[in-house]
Design a protein around this ligand. Structure first.
Ligand SMILES: NC(=O)c1ccc[n+]([C@@H]2O[C@H](COP(=O)([O-])OP(=O)(O)OC[C@H]3O[C@@H](n4cnc5c(N)ncnc54)[C@H](O)[C@@H]3O)[C@@H](O)[C@H]2O)c1
Ligand SMILES: CC(C)[C@H](C(=O)O)[C@@H](O)C(=O)O
Ligand SMILES: [Mg+2]
Length: 354
């Protein structure tokens, strides 16, 4: 089980350290886990002058899976655009063809009060957001900044999807829906954007191969509203890169915190990159305050999706449930009556629960 570990920037190294401790326990108990670290993002720029250095590329291409902390930080925001940390993240996703991003928003019952919604609206929440990750306005050409025909400065990006890109993510989403409750909601803006009208058309076409799945469609603005009105109407949601980015951050708060939302980014063969959905949290970086659970839960997703180690994945997820039931909380999910712990303190608790 060859895992490339990319701590990245900001809180990245702190949360990755805790996930590594979890993997160390599993290794001691017999899983043949091999970990090797490399820099990505700002750390890549600092070490090699580019956000996705060749050293990192080689390691990640040779690995079975990649575990990533987060990238980015204000100190890098003034770099030339291609050198910015976030470009390193986009580059590795494209390089490894990680087109299917799974972001499960699950409410642990102990965190019902941490959710921004009333407990009765979110209790039992379990949504899987399937986000297309290597297309859309993130990658569409042309893009850039320049001067238009009138001599005025302008900037542009292109929302673009090919048929094969939409078909393959549709199959992933329908496949997941088949294993769950056979309900899939495709989120688009087909009333305005050709790209997503096309998306919707292809979703309807692929649906013919999955007659047991009930496919519905929703405009993204309504979906954003419905997620905070009545989120339990959703089971699996499938959407494009930018809508999925935004809706998954929104959904994270239904579960109590962005620090609880893991993710898997998969290629056609379940090789994957696993990372929390949040960023490098510069406001709390270096203070041992970050919630490491999204990263630890991402490691559990890695055990499940890339390595097929369902039992080990459940063991990690159950350890997370245990520490929440024991009352351990980092600041982002803290409530009166619970025990406040640091990032490493949460790691201690998870290791003890394992
Ligand atoms: N996948 C990634 O690596 C990724 C994702 C999102 C943003 N970013 C980058 O991260 C930097 C900061 O972005 P941002 O501030 O918009 O988003 P962010 O997710 O880093 O932070 C948003 C808020 O959530 C809090 N937060 C995030 N993760 C947390 C955790 N584990 N525990 C407790 N609190 C947590 C932060 O303290 C902050 O208040 C930017 O450079 C951005 O581009 C990277
Ligand atoms: C940092 C950024 C490139 C990234 C994205 O937009 O995909 C992040 O917000 C995420 O959700 O993983
Ligand atoms: Mg995001």
């Amino acid at each position: 089980m060859k895992i490339a570990v990319l701590p990245g920037d900001g809180i990245g190294p702190e949360i990755i350290a805790q996930a590594r401790r979890v993997l160390d326990v599993l290794r001691q108990d017999g899983l043949p886990i091999e970990l090797e670290e490399a820099p990505l993002g700002g750390a890549g720029y600092d070490a090699y002058g580019v956000p996705y250095p060749e050293f990192t590329q080689k390691l990640c291409r040779a690995a079975d899976a990649v575990l990533l902390g987060a990238v980015g930080g204000p100190q890098y925001d003034t770099l030339d655009r291609p050198l910015r940390p976030e470009r390193g993240l986009l580059a590795i996703r494209k390089d490894l063809n990680l087109f299917a991003n799974l972001r499960p928003a699950i409410l642990y019952p102990e965190l019902a009060n941490a959710s921004t919604l009333k407990p009765e609206v979110v209790s039992g929440l379990d949504i899987m957001i399937v986000r297309e990750l290597t297309g859309d306005i993130y990658f569409g050409q042309p893009r850039g900044m320049g001067v238009n025909e009138q001599g005025e400065r302008e900037a542009f990006n292109t929302m673009r999807y090919s048929e094969s890109e939409v078909r393959r993510i549709a199959h992933v989403a329908f496949g997941i829906a088949m294993k769950r409750n056979k309900k899939l909601c495709s989120v688009d803006k087909a009333n305005v954007l050709e790209t997503t009208e096309f998306w919707k058309e292809i979703m309807i076409d692929v649906a013919r191969e999955y007659p047991q799945v009930e496919l519905s469609h929703m405009y993204v603005d309504n979906a954003a509203m419905q997620l905070v009105r009545n989120p339990k109407q959703f089971d699996v949601m499938v959407t494009g890169n930018i809508f999925g980015d935004i809706l998954s951050d929104e959904a994270s708060m239904l579960t109590g915190s962005i620090g609880m939302l893991p993710s898997a980014s998969l290629d056609q063969n379940n090789k994957g990159l696993y990372e929390p959905s949040h960023g490098s949290a510069p406001d709390i970086a270096g203070k041992n305050l970050a919630n490491p659970l999204a990263t630890i839960l991402s490691a559990a997703m890695m055990l499940r999706y890339t390595f097929g180690k369902e039992e080990a994945a459940l063991r990690v997820e159950n350890a997370v449930k245990t520490v929440l039931a024991q009352g351990y909380r980092t600041g982002d999910i803290f409530e009166a009556g619970c025990q406040k712990v640091s990032c490493s303190g949460m790691g201690d608790a998870v290791v003890a629960a394992l």
